[in-house]
Design a protein around this ligand. Sequence first.
Ligand code: NAD
Length: 441
Amino acid sequence: MHISVIGTGYVGLVTGACFAEFGLHVTCMDTDAKRIGWLEKGEVPFFEPGLAELVRKGIKENRLFFTTDLTKAVEEALVIFIAVGTPPREDGSADLSYVEQVGAGIGRHMKSYKVIATKSTVPVGTGDRIREVVKRNQAADCRFDMVSNPEFLREGSAIEDFLRPNRVVIGADSDQAVAIMKDLYRPLYLIETPFVITDIASAEMIKYASNAFLATKISFINEIANLCEKVGADVQVVAKGMGLDRRIGPKFLHAGPGFGGSCFPKDLAALVQIGERAGETMEIATKAILVNERQRERMVAKIRESLGTIKGKTLALLGLSFKPNTNDLRESPALWLAERLLQEGATVRAHDPEGLEEACKGLPALVPCKDAYDAAKGADALLLLTEWNEFRNLELDRMKGLLRRPLFIDLRNVYEPERLAAAGFRYISVGRPPRGPIPSA
Ligand code: NAD
C-alpha cells in the first residue's frame, strides 16, 4: 500500500520511517526544501535515537521517499497523514493554519478516494473543519474520509513508542476508513496492541486529555515537593510510596523544574481554550499551567538562596534540552533557566550532549563547554538541569577539584543526598532537605 506523510518533523518523520519499516511504500513531504534535501541523503535534521538508521534503511530498501511536491504525495497515496505543527497562538489556542493549508492542497490534487488522517494534535472539531476545507478546494469529484489518529510518541524514545505503543486511537465515521487504518497498523495487531476505535471528536479529545493528565501529574508532584521542603519530608520517598499504588502508578511523579517541550505547555493551553470556547472552564488544567510557571520561579529562588546572589556568579549548567535523548529545546525549563540566570548577571558555562549548538544560537552569551567537567571549571555551583545519562555518574572528586565551591544544585533529583554530602558537597535538590556543609563564599 502507498501512503504519504505531510510534515517531516519529529512526528511525521518517525511515522514515515516506521510505516516504511512495516513494509509500506511511504512518501514524506515537507515544504522545507533544505530539510527534504538532507533527508534524501539519509541525514536526519534533529537528534532522535535510532531514527537516522531507520530512515537510511527505508531509503535503501526503496520504501521511503522524500519530496517537496504535494501533488506527488497526494497522487499515489491511499492514506495521507497530516503531521504538520499546530503551534500555540497568542491566546493559547492551536494555530491550525498549517493543517488547513495541507487540507486545501490535498483537496486540489486528489483524483481518487483518499483517507486523510490527522496525526497533528488538533482541537475537537478540527476533523470536520479539514473536511470542509478539502471539499471547498476539490478540483475533481471524488470521495474521501477523515480520520483522527493522534500520536503519543515521546521524543527520545519515539521509534520504540511508535513500534510498540500502549494503544492506537482511530477516530472515524466510515467503516472503510477504519478497515484501511487497521490494515496499516496490522503489525501492531500481531503484538496485541490495544486499539481504540471511536468517533473523530473522541479521538481528538483523547490526545488532549492524556497530555493534560500527565502534565497535571507533574504539577501535582511538584506542589507536593514544595510542601515536603516546608515540612521536612522527602518527595522521592513520597512519590515512591504513592507510585506503588497501581491506581496511581510511578510514572510522571518526578519532582523537578516543571514540564516543558513542544507538547505539554501548548496542549494544556489549547485545552483551556477549547474549554473556554465551549463554555466549560478547565480549572485543573489552568492550575497545572500556573503551578508549572511558579515552579520555574521557585527554581530561580532556590538557586539564588543557595548562592546568596546570582549576579557576578559563574554557574556550570548541565543539560539544556527539555528532557534527555533529544536536542529539542522548545519550552525547555533548562533553557529558560539559562536565559534567566544570564539576565540576572551570571556567567553561564553550559554543556548539553545534543542541544548545545542550537542553544548557543539563541543565547549567544552562553559559554559552550565540551563536557560537564569543562563546564565546572571555576564555577560557583554545578546545576543539573536535564538528566542525560552522562550526568548520572559524575566523578565527584574530580568535579570538586574543578569547582570554585563544592555546591551542587540538582533540579532533577538524580543523586543520593547522603552520597553527595559524604563527598563533601553542599547538595540542594527538589523536595528534599539540603545536605552537606555550607561552603564558604
Ligand atoms: P515539527 O515542528 O517538528 O515539524 C513540523 C513539520 O511540518 C516541519 O518540518 C514543517 O516544515 C512542516 N510543515 C509545515 N507546514 C507544512 C505544509 N504546509 N506542508 C508540508 N509540511 C509543512 O512538529 P512535530 O513536533 O513533529 O509536531 C507535529 C504535530 O504532532 C503537532 O501537532 C504536535 O503537537 C504533534 N505531536 C508532537 C509530538 C512530539 O513529541 N513532538 C508528539 C505527539 C504529537
